[in-house]
Design a protein around this ligand. Structure first.
Ligand code: BG6
Length: 479
């Protein structure tokens, strides 16, 4: 049985992720009695704080980011917090952190969200201070490297101190309820699985569209770009969940074994299978927004949009394109998966002048959480002018179906699993490496062919070449 940690160290405790997500998530878990009564949370970062000033800092963040009906829970969380200032690039600070943590024999969970350059010194510091033993597990927040080689280097450094069963690589999309629901949809229903293959599915679309721009992440984003920021992790995880074979059980080894097989079966892209873009000034929801280069303050060759046509080389998906698309400053925020089924093999209605449309399953992940299956139906009437058929949606709105059930944000789930030691929703090393391997070849192709991002107007669906990428095969992006 995995141990349940009774101590949690948050690296980057004064950072943006901690303020917006981690502290609010811990507050909710604490308020609902989901963490042990004696759980101690130690924040650490470079900023100078003592326990009291960190609690005041945390209180401000919680006031800002928690919904009003949750604010009464703040004092109870604050009572669990303490703080140790630490410059992770210097080994000497780690013994003070170990002193603050005290005995860790009952289990310690560490949440590390830090600049990639600090991973190695941090791991070394933890190991030297006795904070990496058998009763310690570590959660790693992205970015875990910038390519296969640097990710291997980070993984080697971490695995020198922690065994794989104590390493929890975070992809926060896996913590999203609607992403987990994909597994329920596929494997808790008999309906879809017999059709879930190349015989019945014509293509798949995965879109992660954002309306936000650079959001002040100047240094990070311009180094990363959309491919590494969104496709390498979140989108490939979504693709793996859509495409994987049924695992034998919902446990960490079975699920991750199946995902990694998909990731390793991704065909390397050919020239013409990808399109990149960068937004220019435009308008989102009627509000004028500047172009990427203006936000950045200089010209840049970084892509803020990418569209890809991928293939999975195995029996199930032979010849089925997976169209992936993500970008900043698109017209609306939407993460969705479209499963486009094939046409019926023969239409009995053709002689009556009626056309049939192939079925389509749309899985809305966010902000709309719904599952919509389009089916053909007969338009009511006496058909004197000919039989008419029309698509109608079978629509399930998840918030309506589960009204009254508390909605959990991704980090609540992930922090709890980290504390309790369930790795199912975390990414294994072989998955990350398969993801990087594929992404690296795409980037190598871009530089080999001198590809530069095509401009697109903020508030549009990306460069027109992205539309052409799909239309060449008679496919229209779902909008
Ligand atoms: C992060 C990316 O991993 O995911 C961001 O670094 C992106 O650029 C974010 O905005 C999107 O997450 P979500 O949960 O808002 O879809």
């Amino acid at each position: 049985m995995p141990f349940v940690a009774d101590k949690l160290i948050l690296f980057g405790a004064t950072g943006d992720l901690s303020q917006r997500m981690l502290l609010p998530s811990l507050c909710a878990l604490n308020a609902d009695g989901l963490v042990a009564d004696d759980l101690k949370i130690i924040g650490t970062a470079r900023s100078d704080h003592d326990d009291d000033s960190f609690r005041a800092f945390a209180a401000d963040a919680l006031e800002k980011y928690l919904p009003d009906d949750r604010k009464s829970a703040i004092p109870a969380l604050l009572a669990r917090l303490s703080y140790q200032t630490l410059d992770a690039s210097k080994p000497e600070g780690f013994s003070a952190l170990a002193g603050k943590a005290g005995k860790v024999d009952d289990g310690l969970a560490i949440f590390l969200s830090t600049a990639p350059s600090l991973f190695e010194p941090t791991i070394a510091g933890l190991a030297a201070a006795g904070l990496a033993g058998e009763r310690v597990r570590i959660g790693l927040e992205k970015p875990l490297g910038t390519d296969l080689e640097s990710s291997r280097q980070i993984n080697d450094a971490v695995s020198a101190a922690f065994t794989e069963d104590r390493i929890f690589r975070i992809d926060h999309y896996l913590g999203k309820e609607t992403v987990q629901n994909l597994l329920a949809l596929r494997f808790a229903n008999i309906l879809f699985e017999p059709l879930w293959n190349a015989t019945h599915i014509e293509h798949v679309q995965i879109t992660v569209a954002e309306t936000v721009g650079l959001e002040g992440r100047v240094g990070f984003y311009d180094e990363a770009g959309a491919l590494r920021d969104m496709v390498q992790n979140h989108m490939l995880q979504l693709l793996a969940l859509v495409a994987m074979e049924p695992p034998s059980s919902f446990d960490s080894t079975a699920v991750r074994d199946e995902k990694v097989k998909v990731l390793r079966s991704l065909r390397y892209l050919g020239e013409g299978d990808s399109v990149t873009g960068q937004y220019r000034a435009g308008a989102i929801d009627g509000t004028a927004v500047p172009g990427y280069d203006e936000e950045l303050g200089k010209p840049s060759g970084t892509e803020t949009f990418v569209a890809l046509k991928a293939h999975i080389d195995n029996w199930r998906w032979k010849g089925v394109p997976f169209y992936l698309r993500t970008g900043k400053r698109l017209p609306r925020r939407a993460t969705e998966i479209v499963i486009q089924f094939r046409r019926v093999p023969h239409s009995i209605f053709a002689g009556k002048g009626a056309t049939t449309q192939p079925n389509r399953l749309i899985i809305g992940i966010q902000p709309e959480e719904n599952i919509r299956l389009s089916v053909m139906a007969k338009v009511p009437g006496l058909d004197r002018g000919g039989l008419r058929l029309r698509e109608v949606p079978l629509d399930i709105s998840m918030p309506n179906a589960f009204a009254g059930v508390k909605k959990r944000i991704a980090y609540e789930r992930l922090l709890l699993d980290l504390i309790e030691g369930d790795q199912t929703l975390f990414v294994r090393r072989d998955e990350v490496e398969a993801q990087w391997d594929w992404i690296d070849t795409i980037r190598a192709g871009w530089s080999e062919h001198g590809m530069v991002p095509k401009p697109y107007t903020a508030g549009s669906w990306g460069p027109s070449a992205a539309i052409a990428l799909a239309e060449r095969e008679g496919v229209t992006w779902h909008e």
